[in-house]
Ligand binder design. Structure first.
Ligand code: AMP
Length: 414
């Protein structure tokens, strides 16, 4: 199927061509015609599925340029600054030929440029809830003319404690509008919210198994916690590790790991919620340009990060929320590209691994031989491939084994 089959007009088809999308992703195929039909949407999809274009393309197509004073006709709410900035960018790409104006509104940066844009008049606002609420309270934003409302990553809004802000903002929207809600998971609170804000919605699912998980070559390294750093350095020696996104559980661990890698002369930076927006944007730019080989991130900071050609995602720590695993590895398989994801699993993380495998409904391949094999037995007996050969961990043994190509075996975590 091509974009032409989706009832997109010639301006949108040119925009799609200009940005280099050759065919629509599953979520785009299933969503665009319904949005163009005027229907509300509840979409089960995550970042990486192409969901931004799934709503941005039809919205831009439906927005007729207007004469006179501009009014906010589209509101998109996103949980993080990065995601808001990226969605705004995407709107920019698709509205290239039109006179539509758009702005991203988020905290962590001065509000004046945002206020100036609002004063000049915009058609499309992409915002995080906190800063938007501030600007509403200060009288800079009116939402009573909104025709299209998108709530993106609704489950993350909930996780991050924004749901009440979101509800307060929704109360300001006109009842007669078209609403699209996207969420990677559908916890009860989001199902309830959907019922209250959507009218007779079309349900669209872009199954993570087909969009992300199947496109990523995933493997697990069983390793003791204290050896994770050495294992990471070992993996980073591979010349194929050109742009590596590493996930840790906490901000503190992200900072420490980045410092340790730098000491080992591996250019690395940490990105997390405690860093200023400017610091995060700069770190991201250095990573994108290849100046920094390794970006160490926490889940929240990495939410929605759109980084082209990440060569590897490495889960230095396994996430305790299994959905986060899917979000993380999605960073290396953007819109159909294939990627590589390695996960380090110490004995305390075995339970997280079981949860992840049950969510993605497939076992993750275990690297059967590597220089830092864990010798600790998990609660249930491991298979032979999961143990270090002879338990030999001498330096010489490590080095010689490091030269071996890693063997991968398929076993469900016990
Ligand atoms: P999203 O899920 O919206 O964050 O999109 C993930 C990435 O896929 C972004 O880098 C988009 O620019 C890209 N993308 C979206 N749709 C397509 C498509 N049909 N073909 C190729 N890339 C796409």
């Amino acid at each position: 199927m091509t974009f032409k089959n989706l009832q997109l007009n010639s301006a949108m088809l040119r925009a799609v061509k200009r940005v280099g999308y050759s065919e629509p992703t599953p979520i785009q195929r299933r969503t665009i015609p319904h949005i163009l039909n005027g229907q509300d949407i509840v979409g089960c999809a995550q970042t990486g599925s192409g969901k931004t274009a799934a709503f941005a393309l039809p919205i831009v197509q439906m927005l007729e340029p207007e004469r006179g004073k501009r009014r906010i006709r589209v509101l998109v709410l996103a949980p993080t600054r990065e995601l808001a900035a990226q969605i705004d960018e995407e709107f920019g790409k698709f509205s290239h030929e039109s006179s539509l104006r758009h702005v991203a509104i988020f905290g962590g940066v001065g509000q004046q440029p945002q206020v100036d844009s609002l004063r000049r008049g915009v058609d499309i606002v992409v915002a995080t809830p906190g800063r938007l609420q501030d600007l509403i309270d200060q009288g800079y934003v009116r939402l009573d003319q909104v025709e299209y409302f998108v709530l993106d990553e609704a489950d993350r809004m909930l996780d991050m404690g924004f749901i009440n802000d979101v509800k307060r903002i929704i109360k300001r929207l006109p009842k007669a509008r078209q609403t699209m809600l996207f969420s990677a998971t559908m916890p009860q609170a989001i199902q309830d919210l959907s019922k209250s804000i959507l009218t007779d919605p079309v349900k669209v699912e872009a199954n993570p198994h087909s969009t992300t998980v199947e496109n990523v070559a995933q493997s697990i390294y069983f390793v003791e916690g204290g050896d994770k750093r050495a294992l990471l350095k070992h993996i980073l020696q591979d010349p194929a590790s050109v742009r590596v996104l590493v996930f840790t559980r906490t901000k503190h661990r992200a900072n420490r790991l980045a410092q340790q890698l730098n000491r080992a002369r591996i250019p690395a930076e940490a990105i997390h919620g405690n860093k200023s927006q400017t610091a995060r944007t700069k770190a991201l730019a250095r990573f994108k340009s290849g100046q920094t080989a390794v970006l160490v991130a926490t889940d929240i900071a990495a939410r929605g990060l759109d980084i082209e050609s990440v060569s590897h995602v490495i889960n230095f720590d396994l996430p305790n929320i299994p959905e986060s695993y899917v979000h993380r590895i999605g960073r290396t398989a953007r819109a159909g590209a294939s990627g590589i994801a390695y996960s380090f699993c110490d004995v305390n993380e075995r339970k997280f691994l079981r949860d992840i495998e049950s969510l993605i409904r497939q076992p993750i391949a275990v690297v059967g031989e590597h220089p830092y094999m864990s010798t600790i037995k998990p609660p249930q007996a491991p298979t032979a491939e999961r143990k270090a050969p002879n338990g030999n961990r001498s330096r010489r043994g490590r080095r010689s084994r490091a030269r071996d190509r890693s063997r991968v075996s398929h076993h469900r975590a016990s």
